[in-house]
Design a protein around this ligand. Structure first.
Ligand SMILES: [Zn+2]
Length: 124
């Protein structure tokens, strides 16, 4: 995945912000709000939302709909990354599992995000 230029990737949280661009892009395209009674606003009290097949992605998107502001703390960024990794890694997303060493955008991103999380999880 080509990283957008002009962003600060030298700091840990700057890099976490850049990593969040890809799942936001993917999830925005995957979630279909055509039949959503809430117009895409996740409502955790609504059974319809919690059982919706887009529920996990929709909840993520509602929190991460725009790029995180500079004052979002690293633990929150890591939490958002964790959730994005769990979502993109879910076998339900694929007709067949991707092989190890697959070079599609999603697998490349997952490898990058997971190694980032391995390195920085302990900083929570
Ligand atoms: Zn793949």
């Amino acid at each position: 995945m080509p990283l957008p230029t002009g962003q600060n990737t030298r700091t840990i949280s700057g890099y976490a912000r850049v990593l969040l661009d890809y799942p936001r892009w993917v999830i925005e395209r995957e979630v279909d709000f055509t039949n959503c009674p809430h117009d895409g606003r996740f409502d955790s009290d609504d059974m319809g939302c919690t059982s919706c097949r887009f529920g996990t992605a929709c909840r993520w998107l509602n929190v991460n709909v725009s790029a995180p502001s500079p004052d979002v703390a690293l633990p929150e960024l890591i939490g958002a990354l964790d959730a994005a990794v769990a979502y993109l890694h879910s076998p339900k997303r694929y007709e067949s599992p991707h092989e190890r060493g697959c070079h599609c955008d999603t697998c490349e991103w997952l490898r990058e995000a997971k190694s980032f999380l391995r390195m920085h999880r302990h900083r929570r």
